[in-house]
Design a protein around this ligand. Sequence first.
Ligand SMILES: Nc1ncnc2c1ncn2[C@@H]1O[C@H](COP(=O)(O)OP(=O)(O)OP(=O)(O)O)[C@@H](O)[C@H]1O
Ligand SMILES: [Mg+2]
Length: 192
Amino acid sequence: MRELSLHILDLAENAVTAGARLVAITVEESAAADRLAIRVADDGPGLPEEKLRRLEDPFVTTRTTRRVGLGLSLLAAAARRAGGGVEVRSAPGAGTEVSAVFRLGHIDRAPIGDVAATIAALIAGYPAVDFVYRHRIEEREIALDTRELRTAAEGVDPADPALAEGIARWLREELGRLARGGKEGCDAQDDC
Ligand SMILES: Nc1ncnc2c1ncn2[C@@H]1O[C@H](COP(=O)(O)OP(=O)(O)OP(=O)(O)O)[C@@H](O)[C@H]1O
Ligand SMILES: [Mg+2]
């Protein structure tokens, strides 16, 4: 996978497929710490100990359509290539948390990609699942919680493509502001 947003999509889809009702996605970027961390936690059934031990093994999968589950092993390889690694914490009945860490400035770190579109696609694609998305850049952070959206957006059809577009546009703006250190948009010649 060329972009980290696609790994986020895979992790969230793993959680939804396993039966999670709540998926928390956290991205933390810090140039100061040379660190990029992605964490996807869910309230699903968790993984049995045996599976947990062999999770990075591409032959571990519940897929029946093909034998090889690649998502987690590709993520682990991408993280290792960029000076980091993956950690999975899970217990039967207690959900699963996958953390991937990368060196932000590593030459082999994959680009983050369009996380805004990924989050919007997840929200629109799985209307029965709640998502909590937090994105931190240095000391600043944005957050989106679909449990709050639900009460605010009564009567909105979750499958309406305009909803996903609206969420993606809003998140993209917020992420842009975050990347600029909280300043409003400004011209290239400005010091921002
Ligand atoms: N959050 C989760 N909760 C429960 N089980 C999980 C979770 N994430 C992964 N798994 C289990 O680990 C297996 C491996 O996941 P992985 O993403 O590597 O492959 P896959 O999803 O089966 O296939 P692919 O990602 O290539 O489409 C899954 O098939 C599933 O059984
Ligand atoms: Mg997968």
